[in-house]
Design a protein around this ligand. Sequence first.
Ligand SMILES: Cc1cc2nc3c(=O)[nH]c(=O)nc-3n(C[C@H](O)[C@H](O)[C@H](O)COP(=O)(O)OP(=O)(O)OC[C@H]3O[C@@H](n4cnc5c(N)ncnc54)[C@H](O)[C@@H]3O)c2cc1C
Length: 466
Amino acid sequence: EGTAPPNTIAVVGGGIGGTAATYFLRQLYGSDLQIDLYEPSNVLCGRVATIEIAGRRYESGGSILHPSNRYSKSIAGEFGLRYAERANSLLSFHDGEKFLFRSSEWKIVTIFRLLWTFGFDLIRLHWFTKSYMDMFDLIYNDQKMGHSYTNVHDLLFAVGQDTFINATKVTACKLFAEQEFGKNLIDLVLNGGLLTNYGQTCEVNGFVGAVAMAGIQPGLWSIRGGNNLLCSKLHESSSAHWKQKSVTKVSLSSDGKFSVSTSENEAIYDHVVIASPINRDKNNIDVSTACSKYCPSTKTDLRHYRRTVATFVKGKLNSKKFQCDSLTSCPVIMCTSNSTFFRCRAIGLHLPVDYDNTNGDTIDSAVYKVFSDAPLTKNQLHQLFEASSEIKEADWFAYPLFSPPEQLDSFVLHEGLYYTSPIERAASAIEMSLVSAKNAALLSYNHWYALPRSSSSKTLNDRTEL
Ligand SMILES: Cc1cc2nc3c(=O)[nH]c(=O)nc-3n(C[C@H](O)[C@H](O)[C@H](O)COP(=O)(O)OP(=O)(O)OC[C@H]3O[C@@H](n4cnc5c(N)ncnc54)[C@H](O)[C@@H]3O)c2cc1C
């Protein structure tokens, strides 16, 4: 649409996807563009958040990043964010009644138990997960070259061809069985990892299964001070104007621009990026008069989001039930089925986001985080903990309820109106939202300058060092 950049672009939703969209748009279009960020909450980062308990803050939403999450890493590096300390815990799998596997403080014993329970499946799992991560890694170079994709299917196909597409069509149970992983690995590690990371069993799609397995590999990291610093830094550097308002409607105006309405007023934009799921469990932004083919709405999108309650407990685990009596001897508990008495998913030990052992912090500053489907009752808490001094809850509609074959929807609601959240149907994670935000910024840029979507020839003003 010319050589000058657009005058104004609105980004709706100030989560990691929305704040990253402001950052990538600024990188691509330069300083003349006015960017407005609509986020009703008084803090940025949506499902990436911290909670205060016993005077310290802990990750309450998106908490772990993988070593191969290149956008998260490069953003952290660019803004001088440091890595947080993580509690060093033993690992266990529990069926709600008893331990099915438990690592030992003695490494040699753990290795023996691992081999006994899983044979060489864990080594195979490492290579299987790595092959997925390596394929996904191609997206960074692809986006650096300016390629953009109109829907989730094409984005996944561009980097993972039929392997990725087929994985979204079958259950993780089936995909892993086809790869000849044994029953113990599927029942314990796959189900345990999925319940911990997605609150669902291996009935989710296979692609999510592979992502969840990456989430239990070594080298996981998070940001010192809180992962939500990623959002504040992205927003700050983009100089987007934050409007603390909830968007009710995005419609097409007669001159081909877009009108963004809140309960109080409306404003006109050249392009709009919606970075918030339009879903009956999340929010309802009316886009019905603006979208062309694919039109998300709370009436048409009947797919649910999975409720996840994170309960933080400053206290002592039930030493009889879990056969341990100190913070360090009690393992991380990954549940293998969520049908047990307390709808168990996972219990982990977490350090405060600003933990600093050089400053006198000790493991005593850690709290337990229990994931469950619903708030825990007093009785359930009593069964898990023999003592507690403070308890707090964060209640989320956390991730899509996955159900293969997944609908790999469009990122383009209308030329100029882009939507990042469909990527969550493949897998929901901080890095996935970053990739989708970059894709939305590229879709906007390629359309504005009439560049081909998947072979942009214009040199990008891309500062991201990858
Ligand atoms: C408990 C939990 C644990 C998780 N663990 C991990 C993990 O360990 N690692 C990982 O990578 N991912 C994890 N995730 C997933 C990850 O947090 C999400 O996939 C990611 O944060 C989604 O970001 P987003 O910006 O796309 O959406 P959101 O974070 O949902 O952001 C959407 C934003 O839009 C705003 N909004 C809503 N309605 C409107 C409106 N009408 N107008 C304007 N704004 C609006 C919301 O307030 C919100 O800030 C976890 C999530 C949860 C809840």
